[in-house]
Design a protein around this ligand. Structure first.
Ligand SMILES: NC(=O)c1ccc[n+]([C@@H]2O[C@H](COP(=O)([O-])OP(=O)(O)OC[C@H]3O[C@@H](n4cnc5c(N)ncnc54)[C@H](OP(=O)(O)O)[C@@H]3O)[C@@H](O)[C@H]2O)c1
Length: 303
């Protein structure tokens, strides 16, 4: 509802900033929860997006509860590992419950994390674990699933502009979900103002196979793109094991092996989103891959 107050955690981040702006555009009163030791410039950037900045100790339930007074929905766009996805989120959740906040949107924004077997994808496992915790709390929780961020596809991930190839693991015909960051951000913004939002919302701006992607890029760039089979899904699994040993990058949220775990799960088809809720909010429209890559030069910078 217009006029609702929404607390955004993670508004200083990439997706959180976009969600903050989308909420303000929808007429919400946006309160951005910012770490009490954040720089003045971080707070200034968030307030320019249309939010009232409230500083809090995000590890302390009482501090976050004080910041959550009178809020209709908490939206999280925090990013991190266990200390964030489990610990900081539990503080947010406990504070919301303590203040009688009706609704909570967790920081998921991923492929379907309920379907892969536990132990195979570290970041998805953390979200599944938090989901179990959130489902036991007396508050209505929503998870938004959107596949890969479409903006990242052109940053030399599966699209290889220098080679004019699109990499596949296993079949080049496996459909892959992706959604632009701005379209992802529109969904928690709309859902935060909808008192009837269900437990899970699944969206995808586009669902294209590697073969479809190559054809689309050929149309948008004028260069001939072709699929290139990098290997089988099993061989990617072996590679992930090797990279984890050789380049573990402890503490990194998205080390190379984690990106490979997402890639394997997407090419296996097990994290594909269905059915889609793209029509739930008629004023939210989605950019296709064709729209996104028309007129852009590749590779895109990773932002
Ligand atoms: N599906 C995809 O392809 C895809 C890709 C990327 C991200 N995502 C998801 O999108 C969500 C947001 O990611 P993002 O890229 O926007 O992240 P980001 O730009 O790194 O922003 C992270 C936010 O979390 C806050 N934060 C991090 N550690 C914290 C801590 N210990 N205590 C309190 N706040 C902390 C940061 O605050 P400070 O500014 O104060 O550090 C910042 O506001 C995550 O769920 C992420 O997994 C999905």
């Amino acid at each position: 509802m217009v006029g609702s107050t929404v607390l955004v955690a993670g508004a200083t981040g990439d997706l959180g900033g976009r969600i903050t702006r989308a909420l303000a555009e929808r007429g919400a009163l946006v309160r951005a929860l910012v770490r009490h030791d954040a720089s003045a410039s971080a707070g200034q950037r968030v307030s320019e997006l249309g939010a009232d900045v409230v500083l809090a100790d995000v590890s302390d339930v009482a501090s976050v509860a004080a910041a959550s007074r009178g809020v209709d929905c908490v939206v999280s766009a925090l990013n991190g590992l266990r200390n964030v996805i489990l610990d900081r989120h539990s503080v947010l959740l406990d504070a919301a419950v303590a203040m009688g906040t009706p609704r909570f949107i967790s920081s998921d924004y991923s492929a379907d994390f309920a379907t892969p077997p536990p132990g195979g994808n570290r970041n998805l496992d953390l979200r599944r674990e938090f989901m179990g915790r959130a489902d036991r709390a007396p508050i209505s929780v929503t998870t938004i699933l959107n596949g890969a961020f479409m903006d990242l596809l052109g940053a030399e991930m599966i699209i290889q502009p220098r080679l004019r190839r699109v990499l596949s693991w296993g079949s080049a015909d496996q459909p892959l979900n992706s959604t632009t960051k701005d379209d992802v951000a529109a969904y928690p913004a709309a859902a935060a103002l909808d008192t009837t939002t269900p437990r899970i919302l699944r969206v995808a701006g586009d669902t294209l196979s590697v073969r479809d992607l190559a054809q689309t890029l050929t149309r948008t760039t004028g260069h001939h793109y072709r699929p290139l089979r990098a290997g089988s899904i099993r061989s990617l699994g072996i590679l992930i094991g090797l990279v984890k040993v050789l380049a573990p990058e402890p503490g990194a949220v998205f080390p190379a092996w984690q990106g490979m775990q997402y890639t394997r799960d997407m090419f296996s088809g097990r994290v594909r989103l269905a059915p889609l809720d793209n029509d739930r909010f008629p004023d939210v429209t989605f950019m296709s891959v064709l729209d996104t890559f028309a007129g852009v030069s590749l590779p895109l910078a990773v932002t």
